[in-house]
Design a protein around this ligand. Structure first.
Ligand code: NDP
Length: 246
């Protein structure tokens, strides 16, 4: 078994997941990059390798339980171990609740919540074998305080908080921690469609008067996945410029 800790990051092809992957590679992790798009994942791998780090690409649709669980087993068998799991892949399908379709509800719950359950169940076995684990689930301040137009998304992201506290309690005795990072408003593809005046308004709600960048989230994930972060578990850290202070 390699001495290098392995970190599996979902949604690593762009945005926050890409920044997390780059940061964990800088921290000396061998990063397993997971998303549906091989091309962008390959670019992230090249960036990591160019900086002297280690990364491998695994394409998977996290919303497909069986295929995703198989991908996690492939990561474990190809890289020999899974020490760190960052469940970051996520989507939005916004709409007011009176008009929200069953399909939009189910798709967001499946992609943003059920996939994390599937990943934790599969990866925890490998962490137990290695007697070490760090799990970070990327939620959202929408899951902490709610957000009009995001019933499906807020429910999934709030669900991650309950899931994480339970995993923290079940696996704490095995030296496995499970925490949540809840970003506020981070400039990525997910938020690029918002009009400038809405972004200005959001910025005014923040104690630190700027929108977040993906590296702000990556820094929190780096901290929670460190070897010496072993006494922090079941926590939710809002990385939101002081927007919610929940
Ligand atoms: P982006 O839309 O920029 O990126 C989403 C990532 O998730 C992509 O890498 C995408 O990869 C991957 N992904 C989406 N669906 C699937 C799927 N079914 N299977 C595998 N991978 C998938 O989003 P952000 O970087 O902005 O968001 C990352 C996380 O942070 C999400 O969970 C989001 O909810 C959360 N968040 C973001 C906030 C923000 O302001 N940006 C605020 C609060 C939370 P690909 O398309 O290649 O499959």
């Amino acid at each position: 078994m390699s001495d290098i800790r392995t970190a599996l990051v979902t949604g690593a092809s762009r945005g926050i997941g890409k920044a997390i992957a780059l940061r964990l590679a800088r921290d000396g992790r061998h990063v397993a990059l997971v998303s549906r798009s091989a091309g962008p994942l390959g670019d992230v791998r090249h960036a990591i390798e160019a900086a002297g780090g280690k990364a491998s690409v695994f394409t998977a649709d996290v919303a497909d339980n069986k295929a995703f669980a198989e991908t996690i087993e492939k990561v474990a068998s190809d890289l020999g171990r899974i020490d760190i799991l960052v469940n970051n892949a996520g989507i939005t399908k916004d709409g007011l609740i009176l008009r929200m379709s069953d399909e939009d509800w189910n798709t967001v719950i499946q992609t943003n919540l059920t996939s994390c359950f599937v990943a934790i169940r599969a990866a925890a076995r490998h962490m137990m074998r290695g007697k070490f684990g760090r799990i970070v689930n990327i939620s959202s301040t929408s899951g902490v305080v709610g957000n009009a137009g995001q019933a499906n998304y807020a429910a999934a992201k709030a669900g991650l908080i309950g899931l994480s506290k339970t995993v923290a309690r079940e696996l704490g005795g095995k030296n496995i921690t499970c925490n949540v990072v809840a970003p506020g408003f981070i400039e990525t593809d997910m938020t690029s469609d918002l009009p400038a005046e809405i972004k200005d308004k959001i910025q005014q709600m923040m104690a630190i008067r700027r929108l977040g960048v993906s590296e702000d989230i990556a820094a929190a994930v780096s901290y929670l996945t460190a070897d010496d972060a072993g006494y922090i578990t079941g926590q939710t850290i809002c990385v939101d410029g002081g927007m919610t202070m929940a």
